[in-house]
Design a protein around this ligand. Structure first.
Ligand code: FES
Length: 107
């Protein structure tokens, strides 16, 4: 199984954007309060614009610059369309000082 190693740092809220590689899309890592870290493909499932966490409102919003307005819950489900599909979510494991995000296509 191919893998890439990417360095990134979490912000003060525990969130990060992992840049895309040749093997993987950009990943949005979010740290909800009192819940495990979550990894999503950093793209709205409507037309693939970037997504942005709004932890105050416990939502993930599509980039306002796209002008469509989809909103997701922190568990990735659609709250407000036009998107009709949940975000692409990937398992995250902590391994010492690293995070391992497993991305499977067509699974
Ligand atoms: S690309 Fe996100 S709502 Fe259209």
């Amino acid at each position: 199984m191919p893998f890439d190693t990417v360095e990134t740092s979490l912000d003060e809220s525990g969130n990060a954007i992992v840049p895309a590689t040749t093997e993987a899309p950009s990943i949005l890592l979010i740290q909800p309060k009192d819940a495990p870290l979550i990894a999503y493909a950093n793209m709205c499932t409507h037309s693939a614009c970037p997504i942005i966490p709004d932890l105050e409102k416990e939502q993930i919003v599509c980039d306002p610059n796209c002008g469509h307005g989809s909103i997701y819950s922190l568990d990735g489900n659609v709250l407000v369309g036009p998107s009709m599909s949940p975000l692409f979510k990937f398992p995250v494991e902590r391994a010492d000082t690293e995070l391992v995000i497993t991305i499977q296509y067509g699974a």
